[in-house]
Design a protein around this ligand. Structure first.
Ligand SMILES: CC(C)(COP(=O)(O)OP(=O)(O)OC[C@H]1O[C@@H](n2cnc3c(N)ncnc32)[C@H](O)[C@@H]1OP(=O)(O)O)[C@@H](O)C(=O)NCCC(=O)NCCS
Length: 165
């Protein structure tokens, strides 16, 4: 299996993987909208012998504190074909994403999801209540990639999220 950036010809397969993992269209539609809007800053696929078996998307968000606005990243969604789950594909996708984001100088990643899963990658909800965001709560977690990441502010997600962030 290799983890690589999505290519134009992967979009249908990515949709299929996301629909199979989530059992519906919502998350696949989100990825399509993010891509169409140019907000899908990093989109990785797990490619097993030419078959896309997993996908993770990262999109741009902004953190505004007073007159200071800082770019951040949202991890959403991550999906693995049901028959390929629990084999480390999700981990490989998320860790490759973090490596690339770190390399690109990104400072912070936010995720909305099960803490039992995301804590494996260093995400925590500790300190996130200092942010003004509709998602704040136990499922709203962050991973600081840099000590310079902001500690508070208003978070604005990409428009594809529907303005609920
Ligand atoms: C979540 C998901 C991407 C993980 O992919 P994966 O390839 O199975 O993940 P890994 O193999 O790296 O890790 C699997 C481990 O995570 C655990 N895990 C998976 N989903 C979990 C969850 N929601 N909460 C807690 N643990 C979870 C599994 O129990 C497994 O644990 P084990 O290694 O101790 O057996 C995959 O299960 C999936 O596509 N789920 C449906 C879509 C979804 O819920 N996405 C996340 C929300 S954005």
């Amino acid at each position: 299996m290799i983890i690589r950036r999505e290519m134009a010809e992967d979009t249908a397969a990515i949709r299929q993987v996301i629909r199979a993992a989530f059992g519906g269209d919502d998350e696949a539609d989100l990825v399509d909208r993010l891509r169409a809007d140019g907000d899908l800053m990093l989109s990785l696929v797990a490619d097993q012998d030419g078959q896309v078996v997993g996908h993770v998307g990262f999109s741009r968000l902004s953190i505004t504190d007073g007159s200071q606005s800082t770019p951040g990243v949202s991890l959403a969604p991550v999906a693995v074909l049901p028959e390929k789950q629990r084999k480390g594909v999700g981990r490989a996708l998320i860790e490759a994403g973090h490596d690339q984001l770190r390399h690109a100088g990104e400072m912070v990643v936010f995720v909305l999801g099960d803490p039992a899963y995301y804590s494996r990658f260093g995400y925590s909800a500790d300190g996130t209540s200092a942010f003004d965001c509709a998602y704040v709560g136990p499922y709203f977690q962050w991973l600081r990639l840099s000590p310079l990441a902001p500690l508070a502010g208003t978070i604005a997600y990409a428009p594809a999220f529907g303005g609920s962030g």
